[in-house]
Design a binder for this molecule. Structure first.
Ligand code: HPA
Length: 273
C-alpha cells in the first residue's frame, strides 16, 4: 500500500512527463463552465481516467479532463471537472487534485464554481469574487494525521482568498468592462439543494452565495501555501429567494448564457498575473 503522499507524487510525476514545462497557474472550472478549457491555444489534454489515482467525476456538466495550453500568451493548467463530497468521496479524495497541482509546482490556484445567490442584490448570471468562505460541510479536508510535507497541523485561514488576486479580478472586470460582485461563499454538503430556512440562516451568518465545492480545495491549497482566488457564477437565486423550485438545468443554462463573460474575466485575470 502506497500512502497518500506517494499517490500524489506518482500522479504528479505522470503529469510532468506528459506536460513538459509545467505552468505555475491552474484554474478549476465549475459546473457548466468547462468551455474555458476549449479556449486554450496549443492544448495538451489528458483524461482524468488515464491519470494514476485521479478520482473520476460523473456529474453532468463536468468533462473530466486536464488541459495545459495558452491563454493570452501565458501557459496555464486547467481542470475541467472536479469531484464533489456529495458523490460519496471523502474530502481527501475530493482534494487529491489540489495536492497534485501543488506537487507539480502550481503557485496560483483559481477555483471557480456555480453557486446559488443568497444576497438578493445579486442578479442571476452575476459573477462573484469570493472574499471569504464558511465551511458548513461538518468536516474538514485536513482531518486525520497531518503530513508535514504538505503543511502545518493548524494552518492559518485568515486570508484564504488572496487580497492581491481579488484586486486583479476587479481590475480585469473593470477593463472589460463587466460588473462584478464580492461576497462570502458558504459550502454545503449537498446534493439536495437547501431549504428556504437554511438560506435565511446562511444570510444571517453573512453568506452571499451557496455551493457544493471550493471550500475543501481552498483549505487544502492554503495548507500548502498556494495563492487562491475563488469566483462564483451565480447560476440561480438560492431556495426561497424566488417563488419557484430549483433545478440543475437552470444552473447549466445560466452558466451557458454567461460563459462569454466568464471566459473574458478569466483571460483578463491570467493576463494580469
Ligand atoms: N445551492 C447549492 N449549490 C448550488 C446552487 C444552489 O442554489 N446553485 C449552484 N450550485
Amino acid at each position: 500500500m502506497t500512502d497518500y503522499f506517494d499517490r500524489v507524487t506518482q500522479a504528479a510525476e505522470f503529469l510532468r512527463a506528459r506536460i513538459g514545462d509545467v505552468p505555475d497557474v491552474a484554474i478549476v472550472l465549475g459546473s457548466g463552465l468547462g468551455d474555458f478549457a476549449d479556449s486554450l491555444g496549443e492544448p495538451v489534454s489528458l483524461r482524468y481516467e488515464d491519470i494514476p489515482h485521479w478520482p473520476a467525476s460523473n456529474v453532468m456538466g463536468h468533462a473530466g479532463k486536464l488541459v495545459v495550453g495558452a491563454s493570452r500568451g501565458r501557459r496555464i493548467l486547467v481542470l475541467a471537472g472536479r469531484v464533489h463530497f456529495y458523490e460519496g468521496h471523502d474530502l481527501r479524495t475530493v482534494t487529491f487534485a489540489t495536492r497534485v497541482l501543488w506537487k507539480l509546482g502550481i503557485k496560483v490556484l483559481i477555483l471557480t464554481n456555480a453557486a446559488g445567490g443568497i444576497n438578493t442584490k445579486f442578479g442571476q448570471g452575476a459573477l462573484m469574487v469570493i472574499d471569504d468562505h464558511i465551511n458548513f460541510l461538518g468536516t474538514n479536508p485536513l482531518v486525520g494525521p497531518n503530513d508535514d510535507r504538505f503543511g502545518f497541523r493548524f494552518p492559518d485561514m485568515s486570508e484564504v482568498y488572496s487580497r492581491r488576486l481579488r484586486a486583479l479580478a476587479d481590475d480585469s472586470a473593470k477593463a472589460i468592462p463587466l460588473p462584478i460582485e464580492h461576497g462570502v461563499y458558504v459550502a454545503v454538503h449537498g446534493p439536495s439543494y437547501e431549504t428556504p430556512a437554511e438560506i435565511r440562516a446562511f444570510r444571517n451568518w453573512g453568506a452571499d452565495a451557496v455551493g457544493m465545492s471550493t471550500a475543501p480545495e481552498a483549505i487544502v491549497a492554503r495548507h500548502m501555501k498556494m495563492e487562491v482566488l475563488g469566483i462564483s457564477c451565480i447560476t440561480n437565486m438560492a431556495a426561497g429567494v424566488l417563488p419557484q423550485p430549483l433545478h440543475h438545468d437552470e444552473v447549466m443554462q445560466t452558466a451557458q448564457r454567461v460563459k462569454g463573460q466568464f471566459i473574458a474575466l478569466l483571460q483578463g485575470i491570467v493576463e494580469r498575473l
